[in-house]
Write a protein that binds this ligand. Structure first.
Ligand SMILES: Cc1cc2nc3c(=O)[nH]c(=O)nc-3n(C[C@H](O)[C@H](O)[C@H](O)COP(=O)(O)O)c2cc1C
Ligand code: SF4
Length: 571
């Protein structure tokens, strides 16, 4: 600031200029109104500015307003519209925040049925580290249909033939009723599945009749007693509805694993309360853990019980990988009891949510690639892989994303935010404020009117259809018949400079049965993660056992987590 301005500021705080300008406008307006009968509006506007300024300097909440009366409000305005401004004018096409403009545009185009082809070649830097491509064949195939399916729960009384691309869990409550109707209508038209999310089955889910995966989380919404515990009778009532095709027990969610959730009382409307079986207007709490089981064995027994109560529908669980010994404990319980889930959905730490603390979204839970590989490899190593289907979610929006996840071991993919974009979400990231500009994530009836259900049903259907058509073209180009034939041998990654590697060589994949053999002492452990954590994992507790094997193979007491000298607990 020039010195003359600094000197002026000492006698006359220039940050009050706008406020003073308001007073001047008010006085001139009043004067001209009296003298020439014009200018009254200016006088009124000036007066409003003066009153706002007075209120600003007297209030105690915002220091910026106390120091910068009137003009300080611009900061809040700019902050409010910053995400949109950033998106429209600043953000690069490939900058992810969390989804890049390219990714969103692809979904918007496919959802609208607009041409999704690009002229003049890739915008990606193919020399950059991490760039990946699929090796194509000189003998491309011809595939009749894009409708790729996977059978889940083949041994169940009511197995489900699922699409390999479905709508990931998002509750009515996090999303508006209109959004749920549009998603479910799209699922019906495209013959794919719609996960209810933990908020259970609402009138909006039932309105269209699309296939549902009913998610049962720690709050047991839709199947709970007044004290929040599991109610088998209510569960049976809903699980046996023909629209419900599978049951998914939610253990954790990638965006906030280990963190419960609260839907604040004012948001608990009659419709939400009815769907969840809770009281209207009272805080609706999802505890951080389940009360129906507390050990891996009990969890598998619960799965078996739900399968029976549902009349033999596939039952599985969704989780984000955390402590490896907990997952291994579940795997050990499968071996010990012979009780298997029909499917496991792995959610990546990069997953989305309606609301979560930043520390959780940014730093808790294994990302999808690592979580998926651990689950897939463990089941392969135990010779259980062909008995359990694996689904996954975590920033899967394009056909390449699906192909890549299938190469890493997934049988199908779910998308939450991809389908939100299909509904018109502009990534303004204000889902938690109830001020969603597109009517997707709000309970405000006025704002929901922005979302016209029939046209969004079309978009949800289109997005699914055109994504799978693109996947079909990828599979054909690779010379294959089904996306489940895509393996880590088909995907290549630039790992550094001129060095490229097949994902099959770059990532760890273990051979069938090797984990069983290593546990019996017949071969080396396929990876340190198994060497260190498999021995301490327990089928009868999620807590680790009392001893472990260190890198040198010695028996050592298990260190307390957080102890500075703990053995390497990294994956
Ligand atoms: C608005 C919103 C609400 C969600 N609600 C749930 C939920 O109720 N249960 C759940 O298991 N996951 C929930 N999720 C997580 C998604 O189902 C999904 O696992 C995660 O967002 C990763 O997929 P994506 O990257 O395609 O969004 C929610 C995600 C979003 C964005
Ligand atoms: S438009 Fe914004 S508030 Fe609405 S769902 Fe999308 S990110 Fe959430």
């Amino acid at each position: 600031m020039p010195t003359w301005l600094l000197s002026l500021d000492r006698f006359f705080p220039i940050r009050y200029l706008t406020w003073i300008a308001c007073a001047v406008v008010m006085l001139i307006g009043a004067f001209t109104q009296v003298v020439a009968h014009t200018g009254g509006v200016w006088a009124l506007l000036g007066l409003i500015g003066v009153i706002v300024g007075l209120r600003d300097v007297r209030q105690r909440r915002h220091s910026i307003l106390r120091n910068y009366p009137v003009i300080g409000h611009l900061r809040f305005l700019f902050e409010f519209i910053r995400p949109e401004m950033r998106q429209y004018f600043i953000e690069g096409d490939n900058e992810a925040a969390p989804f890049s403009r390219q990714q969103r545009s692809l979904v918007y185009q496919r959802a609208k049925g607009d041409p999704d082809k690009r002229p003049l070649g890739t915008q990606l830097d193919v020399q950059a580290e991490g760039y990946e491509w699929i090796n194509h064949s000189l003998q491309p195939t011809r595939i009749a249909s894009h409708d790729f399916r996977v059978t889940i729960g083949a041994d169940c009384a009511q197995p489900y033939s699922a699409s390999i691309f479905n709508i990931s869990a998002m509750s009515f409550g996090a999303l508006s009723g209109a959004a749920i109707r549009a998603l479910n209508g799209g699922a019906l038209r495209g013959n794919f599945a719609h996960d209810t999310g933990e908020g259970s089955i609402s009138v909006h889910h039932r309105a269209q009749g699309g296939d549902l995966i009913w998610e049962v989380a720690s709050g047991y919404f839709g199947c709970r007693n007044p004290d929040g515990t599991f109610n088998a009778e209510l569960f049976t009532q809903h699980a046996t509805e023909p629209q419900v095709k599978m049951i998914e027990i939610k253990l954790s969610q990638g965006a906030k694993p280990g963190h419960g959730g609260v839907l604040p009382g004012p948001k608990v409307t009659r419709e939400i309360a009815d769907a969840r079986g809770v009281q209207i207007g009272v805080d609706c709490i999802s505890p951080a853990s389940h009360s129906a089981f507390s050990t891996p064995i009990e969890m598998l027994q619960f799965i078996a019980k739900l399968r029976e109560l549902s009349g033999g529908k596939p039952v599985g669980f969704k989780f984000c990988v955390g402590h490896p010994w907990e997952w291994f404990g579940i795997a050990k319980a499968m071996l010990e009891t012979g009780l298997l889930p029909d499917f496991i959905v792995v959610d990546g730490g990069e997953g989305g949510t309606g609301a979560a603390p930043l520390e959780f979204t940014d730093h808790v839970g294994a990302p999808l690639q690592e979580g998926l590989l651990l689950v897939h490899n463990t089941l392969v190593g135990l010779n259980l892989r062909d008995k359990i289907r694996i689904g996954c979610a975590g920033k899967v929006v394009s056909a390449f994303d699906i192909a890549r996840m299938m190469a890493l071991g997934a049988n199908w993919c779910n998308s939450a935010r991809g389908f939100m974009f299909a509904l018109g979400c502009i990534q303004s990231q204000s889902c938690h404020t109830d001020h969603c500009p597109t009517g997707v994530a709000t309970q405000d009836p006025q704002r929901q009117k922005a979302l016209v259900v029939p046209s969004k049903i079309e978009r949800v259907h289109n997005y699914h259809l055109h994504t799978l058509e693109a996947l079909k073209e990828l599979v054909q180009a690779a010379g294959l018949q089904h996306p489940n034939q895509i393996t880590a041998n088909h995907v290549v990654r630039r790992v550094a400079g001129d060095k490229v590697k097949l994902l099959a060589n770059h990532l760890e994949f273990i051979a069938p049965g090797t984990l069983m053999a290593a546990a019996r002492g017949e071969c080396d452990w396929p990876h340190n993660v198994y060497k260190i954590y498999w021995p301490i994992a327990r089928a009868d507790s999620f807590a680790p056992g009392p001893a472990t094997v260190c890198a040198e193979g010695l028996k050592v007491p298990l260190p307390t987590i957080g102890e500075p000298d703990a053995v390497d607990l990294a994956l």
